[in-house]
Design a protein around this ligand. Sequence first.
Ligand SMILES: NC(=O)c1ccc[n+]([C@@H]2O[C@H](COP(=O)([O-])OP(=O)(O)OC[C@H]3O[C@@H](n4cnc5c(N)ncnc54)[C@H](O)[C@@H]3O)[C@@H](O)[C@H]2O)c1
Length: 273
Amino acid sequence: MMETPNVTSSLEGRIAVITGGASGIGEACARDLAARGAQVVVTDIDEPRAQTVAFSIPRAVAGRLDVTRPDDVEMVADWVEREYGPPAILVTSAGVLQPPLPPEDLPIETWDHVVAVDQRGVYLSCVAFGKRMALRGQGAIVNIASVAGLRSMPLHAYAPAKAAVIGMTRALAAEWGRSGVRVNAVAPGFVMTPALQAAVDDGQRDPAALAENSAMGRLVAPEEVARACSFLASDDASAITGITVPVDAGWLVAGSWHGYGGLRPARTGDVQG
Ligand SMILES: NC(=O)c1ccc[n+]([C@@H]2O[C@H](COP(=O)([O-])OP(=O)(O)OC[C@H]3O[C@@H](n4cnc5c(N)ncnc54)[C@H](O)[C@@H]3O)[C@@H](O)[C@H]2O)c1
């Protein structure tokens, strides 16, 4: 006979580390994981902001972490374990956006920085926390990728770095699957966070066009991304590993409609019986 389903698995008693947790999607993930019972460790290169966020979340603590520095990442993994216990959950949200410049004009220093944070930083974080989880035989990692990793965009550092995050999510899921560590990713569409707002303010992104190009005709809220992350981090996703879940208000499925006159408007009128 089948067991009665446990419909909402709690994260009570689990320690969850978030990189880039001081802002935007990372902050929303910290709040959502904490609301489900996890004790969250909010890490960020911006320590004062990480402290402010942690201060407003019950039982949360904060720490400084620059994900581009291997020694920092190892030190923080040791510190969390020593002070609070072994992390069960890692969410890698530390990231930077980039201007949509042609490759001829994109300074290689910008390219290097974007790849250092968005690709290498995710890998370093996954390895530092994942290898400890693997030795303990349990853990869940959720990487924040992007729809940019699934389509071409005029973002010659950011989009390939996000494609690499999707690739490393698959490889690490296979690597640690038998050690009880699940590794998944979410690919957000366009989310109005401080990072996207700054790009809009600089004229680098058009929020109306980004919303219009999605099936649902809107942007995504940080909390909507966070809920998908919490699901993947929880036992509700106990057999799910190596996948990337788009949370994009249907941006990925809408683009190909342009050649057919675009998306049709919302239906109106009476429902026939
Ligand atoms: N906002 C969007 O539309 C969107 C869409 C898809 C994916 N994403 C991804 O979501 C993640 C979060 O982005 P966001 O929009 O919330 O941005 P955000 O700027 O609001 O938050 C990013 C956080 O990362 C931190 N950070 C930057 N460099 C760091 C480093 N070297 N070490 C540690 N922390 C560092 C920042 O201080 C900041 O607090 C990023 O990986 C981003 O690429 C964002």
